[in-house]
Design a protein around this ligand. Structure first.
Ligand SMILES: O=C(CO)[C@H](O)[C@H](O)COP(=O)(O)O
Ligand SMILES: [Fe+2]
Length: 227
């Protein structure tokens, strides 16, 4: 990796596979365990074959976590449609899928996210080549490389996505690069070495008896790689 100047290691638990009937308690448990931010998975049953929750739920959750950075992973077919409602919840970052930008160009979606006062993240599914992202990397705050097919938590990490992270990191030394899907203590080393600094991890953290130690261990691996 080239030397990094401003990159910070951040761990964002995904609460997708936690007890969603206790959503606020689970978020609280993650924050108290040392989460740097929360990664909240919005699924519309269209872009992905699963449903979770949307802005009405986030609007009730966010006021309980005013100081916590919410990264909304928008697995939705119409990313432009939900920007304003999500911004109104107070969520800090809106991460949409390049594959879903549809009739609107990704640049339009990014512009609207920023106009609404949020940070813009852009995600790609495993079958999307990293080259498709390159035209937008100067416009976004974060890139999210999926290491599972989006839609479900608890899937197997895909190590063959690491070259995508490496390619973006070689070109952008200071861009936040996230990795999402099946990330655990078993594979954090390769994610960190490839150049990811924002680590989404769901099952490995929320299902652990000691989420604080998993978060600390993931963070240490990334900090070591950055150093
Ligand atoms: O976007 C996602 C799935 O589409 C989730 O963020 C991701 O799967 C995290 O959960 P896990 O670490 O259990 O894979
Ligand atoms: Fe996610």
């Amino acid at each position: 990796m080239p030397p990094q100047q401003h990159l910070v290691a951040k761990i964002g638990p995904s609460i997708l596979n936690s007890d969603l009937s206790r959503l606020a308690d689970e978020c609280d448990r993650m924050v108290k365990s040392g989460a740097d931010y929360l990664h909240l998975d919005v699924m519309d049953g269209n872009f992905v074959p699963n449903l979770t929750f949307g802005h009405p739920v986030v609007a009730t959750l966010k006021p309980k976590f005013k100081e916590v950075f919410f990264d909304m992973h928008m697995m939705v077919a119409e990313p432009l449609k939900w920007v304003e409602s999500m911004a109104e919840t107070g969520a800090e970052q809106y991460t949409f899928h390049l594959e879903a930008a549809g009739g609107h160009t990704a640049s339009d979606v990014i512009r609207k996210i920023k106009e609404a006062g949020m940070k813009a993240g852009i995600a790609i599914k495993p079958n999307t080549p990293v080259e498709a992202l390159l035209p937008y990397l100067n416009e976004v705050d974060m890139v999210l490389i999926m290491t599972v097919e989006p839609g479900f938590g608890g899937q197997k990490f895909m190590p063959d996505m690491m070259p995508k992270i490496k390619k973006v990191r070689e070109m952008f030394a200071n861009l936040d690069i996230g990795v999402d899907g099946g990330v655990s203590e078993a594979n954090i080393g390769e994610c960190a070495e490839a150049g990811a600094n924002m680590i989404v991890s769901g099952s490995a953290i929320v299902k652990s008896q000691d989420p604080a130690s998993v978060i600390a261990s993931l963070k240490k691996s990334v900090e070591n790689a950055l150093a």
